[in-house]
Design a protein around this ligand. Structure first.
Ligand SMILES: [Fe+2]
Ligand SMILES: [Fe+2]
Length: 184
């Protein structure tokens, strides 16, 4: 049986896939609009979710798993994932700032759009490496006691978008996800 901690990480990845698809669709949609017509609310909420949830909960939780895993397995993939967490956090915060303050308008849409697409692509590749290579390793090399210990030490955070209740600050994203679920 999959430990609840690993299940949570899998569930997060499934949710991130949805979020990233929405992000890229939105960037494509805004591409076709003029500068005056573009509003960045959805992009700002997506980046807020990634910075406030993925970077403050999901990635630190994975880092704990990888730290323990590195005692059993010295593969480059683990060090690479840890480095990518740092890079993703830096890029995510930068994109959030740019979406919030609409710096993108001053810098030009194309540059901002390219960076958003790059972020989505990097995160998707990162997540695939975890799902395909490192999580299977964690399930073999770590046991329930290891996962329990990490879970016990870790502040278990509610997902502000996919958790029980929609937290404030995610109105546009919540509506877009509901609309998407209704048409699926
Ligand atoms: Fe990760
Ligand atoms: Fe992950």
């Amino acid at each position: 049986m999959t430990h609840p901690l690993m299940q949570r990480l899998h569930d997060d990845h499934r949710n991130f896939r949805q979020i990233l698809e929405l992000l890229v669709q939105e960037v494509d949609r805004l591409d076709a609009l003029t500068e005056d017509e573009r509003d960045l609310d959805l992009i700002a909420e997506v980046m807020q979710y990634m910075v406030h949830y993925a970077d403050r909960f999901h990635h630190p939780l994975e880092d704990e798993v990888y730290e323990l895993l590195a005692k059993h397995d010295r593969s480059d993939a683990i060090a690479q994932l840890e480095r990518e967490h740092v890079d993703l956090e830096r890029l995510g915060e930068d994109l959030l700032q740019r979406a919030h303050f609409e710096i993108s308008m001053a810098e030009g849409w194309d540059r901002f759009a390219a960076d958003l697409r790059g972020y989505a692509s990097n995160l998707a590749t990162h997540k695939d490496l975890e799902e395909e290579k490192v999580f299977p390793l964690a399930k073999v090399l770590l046991n329930a006691k290891d996962f329990d210990a990490i879970q016990g030490r870790f502040a278990w955070l509610d997902d502000p978008v996919f958790g029980g209740g929609m937290a404030q600050g995610y109105k546009v994203l919540g509506e877009r996800l509901l609309r998407r679920a209704a048409t699926d």
